[in-house]
Ligand binder design. Structure first.
Ligand code: F6P
Length: 324
């Protein structure tokens, strides 16, 4: 392999820049030319390519976002779009591709590798942590720390005013951000798509809880069936007219900011492993870390969440026990 390309795709995640840096530096270390593709698969389809040298990735390990920019490409979802992407890669004499992203990114990569004999390796970069084949995805640790920092502040004001706060966190299909940050802030309840507790469950939890608590925090994952924090707020106002209730939606602050050291190190390991994996002839896999070891997992396995971390009854019981 002489020439590799790297892109970031889907929702950005803190640590993507550290991953780009690692891919570029590992590629150069092993004697390759490295090309950056701008705006994810859209850039691939349109031939939006830039040369990367070791200096182009200087001073980015600590920066949030992605210097290569990102997009959710509609073109790449079509057979014609993927053909154009392949043609661009051949035209630019690229031998292999590294894609950094989440579920949607690897769904696209999986289709691409089934249609074309072209080496592709994926790096899991998403704040949601919802992929099989890795204990943690790049960006998750930073995102849950952002959530914890924000909710600690909310707890201060909630405590001063004897209020109940409903805080919405990201996670369209996954409650892992809500789960770990909820435990981290001592939430009274968490509401997640994997284990909908429903309105009745929430009311029961609050009725059972200590009455003399001056503040209460309920964390709602964006994908919960009740449909977001404001809906939960309405339901609670009806059932608990004496509570002073406020709603806070954390939104995209969860996707930005400096990556934590854990995310920088994870991204650095993954980036180097991706290049070394390509050199060993691997393709169609994501790089992951399971029990501290680097492992490779096929795209279709990773996106179907086979053996992915599950929110078990034991995790939910933990929240319940600690909410007393
Ligand atoms: O996939 C990451 C994620 O942050 C999800 O948790 C969230 O639902 C989604 O992206 C929001 O994406 P956007 O606002 O970019 O459409």
């Amino acid at each position: 392999i002489k020439n590799i390309a790297v892109l970031t795709s889907g929702g950005d995640a803190p640590g993507m820049n550290a991953a780009i840096r690692a891919v570029v530096r590992a590629g150069i270390y092993y004697g390759m030319n490295v090309t950056g593709v701008l705006r994810g698969y859209d850039g691939l389809v349109n031939g939006d390519f830039i040369p990367m040298d070791r200096k182009s990735v200087a001073n980015i390990i600590q920066r949030g976002g992605t210097i290569l920019k990102t997009a959710r490409s509609e073109d790449f979802k079509t057979k014609e779009g993927r053909q154009r992407a392949y043609d661009q890669l051949i035209k630019h004499e690229i031998d292999a591709l590294v894609v950094i992203g989440g579920d949607g990114t690897f769904t696209g990569a999986n289709l691409f590798t089934s249609e074309f004999d072209f080496p592709v390796i994926g790096l899991p970069g998403t704040i949601d942590n919802d992929l099989a084949g890795t204990d943690f995805t790049i960006g998750y640790d930073t995102a849950i720390n952002t959530v914890v920092n924000a909710i600690d502040k909310i707890r201060d004001t909630a405590e001063s005013h004897d209020r109940l706060f409903i805080v919405e966190v990201m996670g369209r299909d996954s409650g892992l951000i809500a789960l770990r940050s909820g435990i981290g802030v001592g939430a009274e309840a968490i509401m997640i798509p994997e284990a909908n507790m429903g309105v009745e469950g929430l009311i029961k939890r609050l009725e059972y809880g200590r009455k003399d608590k001056s503040s209460k925090i309920i964390i709602v994952a964006e994908g919960d069936e009740i449909g977001g924090a404001f809906n939960v707020g309405e339901v609670l106002k009806e059932n608990f007219p004496n509570y002073d209730i406020r709603v806070s939606v954390l939104g995209h602050i969860q996707r930005g900011g400096k990556p934590s050291c854990m995310d920088r190190v994870l991204a650095s390991r993954f980036g180097v492993a991706a290049v070394e994996g390509l050199m060993e002839g691997r393709s169609g896999d994501i790089v992951g870390q399971v029990n501290r070891e680097i492992v490779f997992t096929p795209f279709d396995h990773a996106i179907k969440h086979i053996d992915a971390e599950e929110i078990s009854p034991a995790w939910l019981k933990l929240v319940e026990i600690l909410s007393l």
